[in-house]
Design a protein around this ligand. Sequence first.
Ligand SMILES: *[C@@H]1O[C@H](CO)[C@@H](O)[C@H](O)[C@H]1NC(C)=O
Length: 234
Amino acid sequence: MKCFLLSFVLLASSAYARTVFSAVSVNGVDQGHAVGVRVPASNAAITDITSNDIICNTGFIQPVSQAVITVPAGSQVTAQFHHTSAGYVGPDPADPLDPTNKGPVMAYLAAVPSATQSNWFKIFESGYDTTTRQWGSDKLFINGGNATFTIPSCLKAGQYLLRAEAIALQNAASYPGAQFYMSCAQLSITGTGTTSPSTVSFPGAYKPTDPGIVVSGIYGVTSYRAPGPAVFSC
Ligand SMILES: *[C@@H]1O[C@H](CO)[C@@H](O)[C@H](O)[C@H]1NC(C)=O
């Protein structure tokens, strides 16, 4: 029975979106592949939301970059996703992800090191746009893997981890099934802001019963609520 279940799970997981966040741009300036980003070697999904791997992924390419990317509060940051951990390597119909795989794209920050990577607030969410009928994943595909968002201008200066994430929902009718793809980048946010937003923990922020994580009928969806807290704004 176990064997049967295992092979069923393996079969079911063959429809992987497979995408990796591996580079950052600041106000349109590319910081370079894997610079300041903890890039997982594998583009396989994380599916266990109770595992520490849901924080920043696992199995990083060594050595992990020691670079810390300077980002003035209020600037536009782009998280660049591509099909594999190698970044953009030429035309690929599944770059940045398989366009048949649908789901939200989000970004979180955590102040470090006091937060020990666990106290996160959300700064960006691209779920399902009922006007254009596009998922965050559709917009990510159209934008060549670039998810661009603003670093809140009121944030207290300091060292932060940026966690950018794409979720694929085509297997998400039951839990585990949703596929989570994320990496973390090392940022030094500068500025004169004083705000420390309230936070959630990873693991913990996502629940196996969240309507944004257990979803069926994604191709005919009329509304969708992405998992996690509301987006912080100043
Ligand atoms: C994505 O961002 C990179 C780095 O900033 C840039 O070179 C590239 O042109 C962008 N791609 C698209 C489709 O906008």
